[in-house]
Design a protein. Sequence first.
Length: 622
Amino acid sequence: MNLSDKVNARLLPDLIKRPVMLLWAFIVPQMILLSINAKAFWLINEEILANKLYFWYCIFGFEIGLLILALLVGWRYKTRQEQVHWGWNILFLFFHIGYLWYVSSNVWPMIPSNIEPWILDGRDLILNQFTFMMPGLFYAGLRLACFETRLQTRSDFGLSLLAAVLAPLFYYIIFIGIGGYTRSFGWMLPAMIATLFFIGVTVMTFIGLIRVIVISYNGVRAKGDIAQFIFSIVICSAGPIGGLLLNRTIPFPADFQSPWVYVLAVINGFIVMIPGARKTDGHGYLLFARALTYPFTFYFFLVFLPFLPLSLPAIFAIGSGFLILVPVVLGLFHTKKLFDDFKICRQANGIHMAVILTLTGLLALPGYFALETLRDKSSLTKALQYVYSPDYYRDFVFKGSVKSVERTLIHLKRFKEGIQLPYLSDFYNSIVFEGMVLPDKKIEYMYRLFTGEELQKVEFKSGWGLGRLGGGRGNIWRAGTGQAPVIDRQVDLVSSSVNSYEEGNIIKSRLRLEMRNAGKSDRAEFFRELRIPQGVLISGFTLKVGNDMVLGQIFEKRAAMWVYHMIRDFTRRDPGILTYKSPTQVDLNVYPFTRLSGYKLNNCNWLSFSDLSSMNSVSVSG
């Protein structure tokens, strides 16, 4: 094909335009997401305030509307036996972006402040929205990017490349250059306009980028096997290895520095790079090989797809946008190769052989991981029974796998520390641990019993098998419980007031405190010691969270302090705690105070068995 003379033709195969694609891109992901949101709502519905329910109703209405739209469009074109018109994707793209914008803006008000992350984690909830919305959004973007034109291929390629380059450059100039200058004068672009500008630039960038990749692939494909092989080296080998090397410095969205990840990346790249089989010798070996490693490609495609909108600003952050783009492009390339091999094998050997080879290959790696997971579950169950409820007539020797027990205990320790991999760790933990955990002392005791070593002396390295892929140094997927951050306490007490009234022989008083962040941190903590006179008891404690006054609950002191520090150091909740140090002293901690929020109001109800004058001696120190 002559790149300068050829008039641009169809960029996508007909299969992509068929109504069946709406099933896999829109309907199936939407139904999964609807079930996930329904479960989340079921978990917390009794705690949701009446004025917050409309957030959930809007989400469910939005999802059902998108599902009905996809069903109607698919049914219409299926009955007519026509390809889906590309114009519908404008509507799909608009609604998917609107949904993600709405959820991202309102997810924290949707979850009551007293719901702890181990019940429902807002970060996981947001991730699920992007995970199951991005397939439809990406498909709509792909269809819009590959619209048909009558331009020369060279002109089409140049204009697409220009859009892909100028859009992020324009974003950089406006927000980094001009934005930094105007912010020094206290002027900022309105949030709504800034968000719409970012979305528009991101959509334009990826429409141009996707079109450039598709045009390049079609052009290279027409050049022959050698040109395809060179193109494949960049996409299938250099790209993934470069991304993994970058992941050593920037472990986003998780740390994938396991030796087996590198090995599988090399093997997968080599298999995808092999030129396609000819129609005359479609023996199926190549189809089986590409299906065998496809779950590896699809996993990273699924992991990085939700973060695709972040790649535009990440392009300017030391090239980390490269890390997000490579798995997505490789996923498309591998899928196209697999589809071409399936058609050739079907023509040469029949549909039944092609389906058997494809399914066998696709299920091999997931099947191995599932078997390893079940083996670890069995070993952990036998180990717990052997240690804590042995049969002394029979259990003289442990009959399970010691290596499996060792691996499972380390994984359990990492699970408690928040070191996990997206999707795989959730599946592994739900099967092996069934939502349960062991105390650290029992984990260390069992590890010492089965291995003869101390668990705290074990270096947490990545494992050497697919069943051990939960290893790594840490990630931003879930907050770990490692070293706590340094907390700024530059929060001033602005004012305090006491209102008292008599009820029978008891004088009740309400102490009202107003605080303001006086430092530079956006996550400062208020701490003061409150001195109270003898005979004065505390009957209640309320904290202003958002616009609501939330009543505190009484817990055992050590448990309450542990929960407070876990929330303060490793989540985005708004905790407050009032603890007795002595009969005449209590400590008050409230977190967080941002520079923008200004102040919080805290009310303490004081129950006094003395006269009113005793309340006047209440002092705030520290």
